[in-house]
Design a protein around this ligand. Structure first.
Ligand code: SAH
Length: 339
């Protein structure tokens, strides 16, 4: 077990169940996340025999940073895991702060037709610490704080639900990485039971839904998950989510030329989500090796945008990051693994 997998509450339980004091949890959190120790020997305010016990029970090691590709306002980090697998995370520098896109699984089983990341099936879920340490090591490399996190890298976060929640608790905790819940976004392709569960999670995390199609016929074709949870079920789960949380959700909609970018689709989209407290993020498709899909023209994107706007839907067009270094949405497959 790696120490960076433990939430603050779990640490308290650990100390109590080992005949020690629960306030050590705060101290240990502060050593790990404020002082950023690299070994147990640096800890000065916990008794020696307790420290020895901790060292026996937990690994304090981080990941191996293999490479960093740097561009003006974006960096891609490639990490190696204990079993030789690789994951990627992307840092984006915005004027409002540093935002990191983290991966949640090795590979992905959702099989979205346009997505490069899913070409490799899920090998395993990431452990909590493997997600937490992506952030710690990027902060270390950067020498600056990460202010925003999006769980939009490789993997389906709601397919690794328990670890995801612990990760969120640790990075949000004031003595952890102290990243405000409203600065954290989890993106899902629409796993309905988990959306319902997530609506009861106490932190005010943002939820984004990868929608990409306004009707079942089309969504079935490009996102196999739609066969398990068709739009009617998805939308009614989101209605429950919205009524429980009073929050606003984001719909992500990739613009695929000739597939989902027609005027007709825009109107259907208004019909589908117009009654919800939401906004739509139009994403220019990052073309990949998959020749089946092409990016919509700017003219077509603007036409689509105008229809949503005229119908009073909140809509934005996503700024593009990282296409030069293959760190753009859906392109996170390390070159290493393509070989
Ligand atoms: N599994 C989660 C999170 C990872 S994908 C989800 O589906 O939301 C993050 C976002 O990038 C999703 O909206 C995904 O559909 C989108 N995406 C995948 N490939 C893309 C590409 N080539 N260009 C633009 N966006 C892409």
């Amino acid at each position: 077990m790696n120490i960076y997998s433990l939430t603050r509450d779990e640490m308290e339980e650990y100390f109590i169940s080992h005949g020690s004091k629960k306030f050590h949890a705060d101290q240990l959190f502060s050593w790990l996340y404020e002082k950023r120790i690299s070994s147990v020997s640096e800890i000065t305010d916990i008794k020696k025999d307790m420290l020895e016990q901790l060292e026996r029970a937990f690994s304090f090691s981080k990941l191996k940073l293999v490479t960093v590709e740097r561009d003006v306002d974006v960096c891609k980090y490639l990490f190696e895991l204990y079993d030789g697998e690789h994951i990627e995370a992307v840092l984006m520098r915005h004027d409002y702060g540093n935002s990191v896109c983290v991966s949640s699984q090795v590979g992905c089983n959702m099989g979205c037709k346009f997505c490069e990341s899913g070409r490799r099936k899920r090998v395993r879920n990431l452990e909590v610490y493997e997600m937490v340490i992506q952030l710690l090591m990027i902060e270390e490399d950067l020498g600056e704080r990460i202010s925003h996190v999006v769980v939009m890298g490789i993997g389906e976060p709601f397919d690794n639900y328990d670890n995801l929640l612990k990760f969120l608790l640790i990075i949000n905790h004031p003595k952890g990485l102290a990243i405000g819940a409203r600065h954290i976004t989890v993106s899902t392709c629409g796993i309905v039971p988990k959306i319902l569960e997530f609506s009861e999670f106490p932190l005010q995390i943002n939820l984004a839904i990868s929608l990409h199609a306004p009707n079942d016929t089309l969504r079935d074709k490009i996102m196999p998950i739609n066969k398990a949870y068709p739009l009617k079920e998805l939308i009614s789960a989101l209605e429950v989510y919205l009524s429980r949380t009073n929050r606003r959700i984001t719909f992500e909609y990739i613009m695929l030329s000739g597939v989902n970018d027609s005027v007709e689709c825009a109107k259907e989209l208004v019909e589908l989500v117009g009654h919800l407290n939401c906004y739509v993020n139009l994403i220019p498709y990052n073309e990949t090796n998959n020749l089946e899909f092409k990016r919509s023209s700017t003219v077509q994107i603007m036409k689509f945008y105008d229809i949503l706007k005229k119908n009073r839907l909140g809509v934005t067009i996503r700024r593009e990051f990282g296409s030069k270094i293959s760190a753009a949405c859906g392109q996170l497959r390390s070159k290493k693994e393509e070989l």
